[in-house]
Every structure is written in structure tokens, then in C-alpha cells.
Design a protein around this ligand. Structure first.
Ligand SMILES: *Cc1c(COP(=O)(O)O)cnc(C)c1O
Length: 356
């Protein structure tokens, strides 16, 4: 068995993979594959309805919000969010590559006030002292910075400004208060499903306040009105997402998952912090991501980086090479990764240090 630490697309539960594989052969006892039936069949409509209901249940989404399943990835949301919400000015927090890509797209649609940035120290911390202009149409932030391994685990206080979050890589890993947000989005390929679908949660009354002409497909209201069935939705990733959502519910919901994720992250950070050879990228413990743990070799061991990657690979540890912008190593501990995989990585780190 491989220990899968890939950052995205990334590990899915065996429950998700097995049930999705089964539906590719015979979906809902129709004697047909899910790949070859109408998305408007009553069997697939039941998948959509249950997936919507489980997202609402697991995240405790109050009335007045819609759950959407869209194509285009989180990257499409970088443009779609400002298109639909930015009338004059928006505020953004710059905490990494994904945040700055979102900023770039927003600038196409209006004035963008970047309230703070952690770029000065290669995005290794979360800026704290910033002011959100209260005349902004919304404040956008990235809750988990997948590449650098920082995370904002507390809902920011935006005052009366609408709150928008890219939660691609930590949604379903921790509790948060949906009622504080007007728009939340996330590509599915980190904690939910294979790539190809993006989960969007939007407050219905946040829409319709901009004057610009919106292409039909890029107008959230189209998808709200049509229940994400304006066009053919990504059928298979949605089916896989439903399996993951069922699995999350069976585990006991977000509280249980959050505790497991915190335990996994604590175990790995402790091993890094107490090691002779490794060093965490993010010094401030409060800013550390529980989903993506980034670390490097201490300078005196820098030449052993490749050896360690090879050693880890030889012990079935997969996907720990850091992103090219951050360097070093990154172990992604998404919900489906078992504690036994974290233990295996810690053991490999220990053994490697003993040998060097
Ligand atoms: C992976 C990721 C994205 C990009 O998602 P795509 O679906 O590939 O567009 C955006 N934001 C964050 C935080 C991510 O982790």
C-alpha cells in the first residue's frame, strides 16, 4: 500500500473509489454505466439532490443559500466571483499563489484593494494587522494556502462587508460559520472528489447587485435557478463527491473529521519540530495548515534533500516533494489520509535521520 501525500488531485476514501468504480459498471441498478446515462434521469437527479442535502447538513448551511456544482475549477471562480459581486471595489488578502491569481482576475472587473500580503517572507505567515475598507463590495481570502502550508482557521471579521472565501483545500476539514459568508468555493480535487467539479455555496441575496452584462454560464443565478443543470454537469465527479459526503457523515461529521485532522497534523509537526534535520516552513504555530504541512531540510543538511525523497519513495511514501514555489517537502494530510500514513512518514523521517 502506498501512503498518498499528493496535494491535489489527492487521496480519496476507499469508500469513494470503490462505489464510484461500481457505478461506472452498473449505476443504480439500471444495467448501465453512470458514464452513459442522461444527467436528467431520475436516478441522477437523486444523486444531485442527496449531494446538495449532505453539503447543507455537514456544513450546517442556513436557509437562503444555494449549493452549486460547476465546471471550470476554483480558477474559474477567481473570475466568476468578481463578475457577479464586484460593482466598484473589492478587498483581497494576499496569502499565496492562489490568492494572487484571484487578485489578478478581480482587477479585470473593478478596483482591488489588497489589504495585506505575506509575499515579503515567501508567504510563510498569515498577515494579522490589516483593515478591511467598509466601502468594499466584499472581502476575499484563501482559507488554506495549499502551496505554502498556512491556514486561516478562524472566520475573519469583515464587519458589514460581504465575505468570500476560496476554501479549495480545507473545506470539510474544520467547522466554520457559513452564515458569515456570501460566497464560498472550492475545487473538488482536494477533499471531495476527482477533478472536474467545483463546489460553490452562495447566499442568494448577494446576487443581482452588479450592472454588467453576465454571460449566461458565468451568472451564478443561472445555476441557482436550474439546480446546477443548466448544461450537463460533471456527472462522475458529482457522483464521487456524493460518496465522499456519505462517508463523512458515517464518520460522524465535521467535528469528528476535524479532530482526526488536528491529531494527524500535530503528530507530523511535532516530529518536524523535534527533529535534528528538518524544519517547518511556517514558524508561527497558529498559522500552520492542518491540511498541507510544508517543511525543509535545515541548511546544514540541504544536500540530503533528494536522498530523502528517494528514501521516502522506496518506503511507499508518495507525493511529498514540495511545490516548486516553496521548495523542500509538503505532506498533504487531507481527510481521507489515515493516521497510519502519518505514522509511516514519521518513521521514515526518524530512520533516515538515524542513517545520516
Ligand atoms: C488547488 C487550488 C486552486 C486551483 O484549483 P483548480 O480547480 O485547479 O482551478 C485554487 N485555490 C486553492 C486554495 C487551491 O488549493
Amino acid at each position: 500500500m502506498k501512503h498518498n501525500f499528493y496535494a491535489g488531485p489527492s487521496i480519496l476514501s476507499q469508500y469513494t473509489i470503490k462505489n464510484t468504480a461500481d457505478a461506472i459498471i452498473n449505476f443504480a441498478d439500471m444495467g448501465l454505466s453512470i458514464l452513459e446515462i442522461s444527467h436528467r434521469s431520475k436516478q441522477f437527479q437523486a444523486v444531485m439532490d442527496e449531494a446538495d442535502a449532505l453539503v447543507k447538513e455537514l456544513l450546517e448551511i442556513p436557509a437562503g443559500y444555494s449549493v452549486l456544482w460547476l465546471g471550470g475549477g476554483a480558477s474559474m471562480q477567481f473570475a466568476m466571483a468578481p463578475m457577479n459581486l464586484l460593482a466598484k471595489k473589492a478587498a483581497y488578502l494576499d496569502t499565496g499563489v492562489w490568492a494572487s491569481k484571484a487578485i489578478k482576475e478581480a482587477k479585470l472587473f473593478g478596483e482591488v484593494d489588497v489589504v495585506a500580503s505575506s509575499k515579503d517572507r515567501n508567504y510563510s505567515y498569515i498577515p494579522r494587522d490589516y483593515v478591511i475598507p467598509q466601502d468594499a463590495d466584499y472581502f476575499h481570502y484563501t482559507s488554506n494556502n495549499t502551496i505554502y502550508g498556512t491556514e486561516i482557521r478562524k472566520d475573519p471579521d469583515a464587519g458589514k462587508v460581504r465575505l468570500v472565501a476560496d476554501m479549495s483545500s480545507d473545506i470539510f476539514s474544520r467547522k466554520f460559520d457559513v452564515s458569515k459568508y456570501d460566497l464560498i468555493y472550492g475545487g473538488a480535487q482536494k477533499n471531495l472528489a476527482p477533478a472536474g467539479v467545483t463546489l460553490v455555496i452562495v447566499r442568494d441575496d448577494a446576487l443581482g447587485h452588479v450592472d454588467r452584462v453576465l454571460p449566461t454560464m458565468l451568472d451564478y443565478r443561472t445555476h441557482v435557478k436550474k439546480g446546477s443543470m443548466f448544461n450537463t454537469p460533471p456527472v462522475l465527479p458529482i457522483y464521487a463527491a456524493l460518496q465522499t459526503l456519505r462517508y463523512y457523515k458515517q464518520l460522524g461529521g465535521i467535528d469528528v473529521i476535524e479532530k482526526m485532522d488536528l491529531d494527524k497534523a500535530a503528530k507530523l509537526y511535532e516530529a518536524i519540530d523535534s527533529s535534528r534535520m528538518f524544519k517547518a516552513n511556517v514558524p508561527n504555530h497558529e498559522d500552520r495548515s492542518i491540511m498541507n504541512v510544508t517543511f525543509v531540510m535545515k541548511p546544514e543538511y540541504a544536500e540530503l534533500e533528494k536522498d530523502f525523497l528517494d528514501y521516502a519513495a522506496a518506503h511507499d511514501i508518495v507525493g511529498i516533494k514540495g511545490h516548486r514555489d516553496a521548495g523542500g517537502f509538503r505532506a498533504s494530510l487531507y481527510n481521507a489520509l489515515p493516521m497510519s500514513s502519518v505514522e509511516a512518514l514519521v518513521k521514515v523521517m526518524d530512520d533516515f535521520q538515524k542513517e545520516h
